[in-house]
Every structure is written in structure tokens, then in C-alpha cells.
Design a protein around this ligand. Structure first.
Ligand SMILES: [Zn+2]
Length: 175
């Protein structure tokens, strides 16, 4: 798998991608376009580049420009009701730092959604779920108007879904 770099055709932001991604999305403006180097036969084999997930999460979440109010970002997040609820409902261990929370509930209860934490991806959607970072980087995350991470589907506003999916793909490439 080759890692390639190009510029967003919409806003000029740099994009890192591989030939295994058919559609590219810009995490800054949400613009989508066809990958000129897409190769449907290229194997999707991602290996972890970093031993330090906390450092990658802090960098990627700290640089996020996503402002949707059902998302929280931090380097890490240090307090608040959403953090307490995410720990409770997503079953996040106390010793894990939490860098990003998405609350997919309409009323902000944070009983469903996902969080990016020191030891992996934690979520609750019809029960709690978890992916280690080694599993997360291999996960299928299509660019859609909702967020899909393997079998977990989180309903979002269409714009938010595309931005968050692009954000999670970027995290896959950075970890
Ligand atoms: Zn852009």
C-alpha cells in the first residue's frame, strides 16, 4: 500500500491517502472527490506506525476543525458531563484518557455514540462495543452521511457524518 499526498480541490488543504481509498474527503471542508490513484486490487493492509496512541490522538484531535456541538475534542478532554456520561455508558476505563466524544443521541444524554481513548475506540449502540487501535486501523469506514465503523453505525447530521468519517480515516492513517 502506497501512501500518497495531494491537495484538496476545494480548499487546498493537504490530504494524505492511499490507493485503496476510492473516494477522498477533505476533513477541513468536507469536499469529496475521486482518488486519481485508486486501485481496487490494492490490498488494504495497515500497520500501526506509532507506539504512542496518546501522542497521535492528542495531535489529531487537537487539530480538528469540526465544530458540531454533538462532538467534543480535547488533548485530552478534562471534565464535563459528556465525559462522565461517555465513561459510564461506553464503558471507558478510568485510566484511559479521552480525546474525542461523539454523542449520537438527540437529547445529549450520551447513552449512544463513540469515544477515542488511550487504549482504543469505545462505543455504545445497542450495547457497548470496543476496537483496539490495531483493529481500528483495519476497520471499514466508508464516507457516508452517517458514521460507520465496521458493524457499528452512528446516525449523524449528513455534513457531520462525512466530516467525522474523514476525520476517522485520517486517524487510521496516522496511528
Ligand atoms: Zn478541503
Amino acid at each position: 500500500m502506497k501512501n500518497l499526498t495531494t491537495m484538496c480541490t476545494g480548499c487546498g488543504a493537504p490530504l494524505n491517502y492511499s490507493e485503496t481509498e476510492e473516494i477522498l474527503a477533505c476533513e477541513y471542508c468536507g469536499c469529496q472527490f475521486q482518488n486519481p490513484h485508486y486501485d481496487e486490487n490494492a490490498p488494504v493492509i495497515r500497520t500501526r506506525k506509532s507506539d504512542d496512541a496518546d501522542a497521535v490522538l492528542s495531535a489529531v484531535c487537537g487539530a480538528s476543525t469540526i465544530t458540531a456541538k454533538d462532538c467534543s475534542f480535547g488533548t485530552p478532554i478534562t471534565g464535563g458531563k459528556r465525559l462522565a456520561r461517555a465513561r459510564k455508558y461506553f464503558n471507558i476505563p478510568d485510566e484511559d484518557n479521552v480525546y474525542m466524544i461523539y454523542d449520537s443521541t438527540l437529547l445529549g444524554s450520551c447513552k449512544e455514540g463513540f469515544a477515542l481513548c488511550s487504549s482504543g475506540f469505545y462505543c455504545c449502540i445497542d450495547g457497548t462495543g470496543y476496537l483496539s487501535w490495531d483493529d481500528f486501523i483495519q476497520a471499514n469506514i466508508p464516507l457516508e452521511g452517517s458514521v460507520n465503523v465496521n458493524e457499528y453505525t452512528f446516525i449523524t447530521a449528513t455534513d457531520t457524518g462525512k466530516l467525522l468519517s474523514a476525520f476517522l480515516q485520517k486517524l487510521q492513517n496516522r496511528l
